[in-house]
Write a protein that binds this ligand. Structure first.
Ligand SMILES: Cc1cc2nc3c(=O)[nH]c(=O)nc-3n(C[C@H](O)[C@H](O)[C@H](O)COP(=O)(O)OP(=O)(O)OC[C@H]3O[C@@H](n4cnc5c(N)ncnc54)[C@H](O)[C@@H]3O)c2cc1C
Length: 190
């Protein structure tokens, strides 16, 4: 099974990215090890949402991603290695091949370090280390991207989810060879 994008982490950054990539018709693998910091949050500052508890936000995000075609696996990714031009994502006894990797691993830079990505000191409160990314979300390794808290974004759900969406749009645009936009229009009632 070949995926266009394997997204590691289904917190606000990863699930939001998966919604965009799966909805764009990209074969999307979304994985999560259940350690989201958002589990403890009671979010009252997310535009358009009056208030929501973190576990509910996480669950809705994963359901939204699945509803548009993302394949969700609730297992820890233990290793990602090069496989020709692509990557092999290892989970338990299984491995999955993907063209692009998006790391949305929140507080953890373990996989990134293991892959030889550049790591920098965190600038946000209580964030020790981040993956170094450019303004598009690209890391120092071709076709490996990072989004959300692990990419140094401000630690708020509206920002991490927005950044996941932004990086996903950049990946989709690269796969398509032109800038991508995802706009749905309300149906006329006449
Ligand atoms: C106590 C608390 C209260 C908060 N309150 C608010 C608030 O009121 N408003 C607000 O905007 N923000 C709040 N936040 C911050 C908010 O939770 C974060 O900004 C945001 O959710 C981070 O999203 P993320 O997707 O980057 O990371 P996370 O939500 O942490 O998601 C990362 C995911 O990656 C997974 N992962 C990591 N490594 C692997 C691996 N190897 N394999 C598979 N999966 C992996 C983890 O299990 C995790 O689920 C709060 C945070 C805390 C801790």
């Amino acid at each position: 099974m070949m995926y266009d994008i394997a997204i590691i982490g289904a917190g606000p950054a990863g699930a939001s990215a998966a919604i965009f990539s799966a909805k764009a018709g990209k074969k999307t693998l979304l994985t999560d090890s259940g350690k989201s910091i958002t589990k403890k949050a009671w979010v009252k500052n997310h535009y358009g949402v009056k208030d929501i508890e973190g576990p509910d936000l996480l669950e809705i995000g994963m359901q939204q991603a699945k509803a548009v075609g993302a394949e969700l696996k609730t297992e820890k990714v233990t290793k990602i290695e090069n496989h020709g031009k692509n990557f092999l994502v290892h989970m338990g006894q299984h491995q999955y091949e993907a063209k692009h990797i998006l790391l949305a691993t929140g507080l953890s830079v373990d996989l990134a370090e293991d892959m030889g990505l550049k790591i920098v000191d965190g600038q946000e409160p209580r964030i020790a280390r981040n993956i170094k990314v450019d303004h598009e979300g690209k890391t120092n390794k071709k076709n490996v991207w990072a989004a959300g808290t692990v990419a140094g974004e401000s630690v708020h759900t509206i920002i991490t989810s927005g950044h996941g969406a932004k990086v996903a749009i950049n990946i989709i645009s690269e796969l398509n060879g032109q800038r991508y936009v995802d706009h749905d229009i309300i149906q006329s009632k006449d």
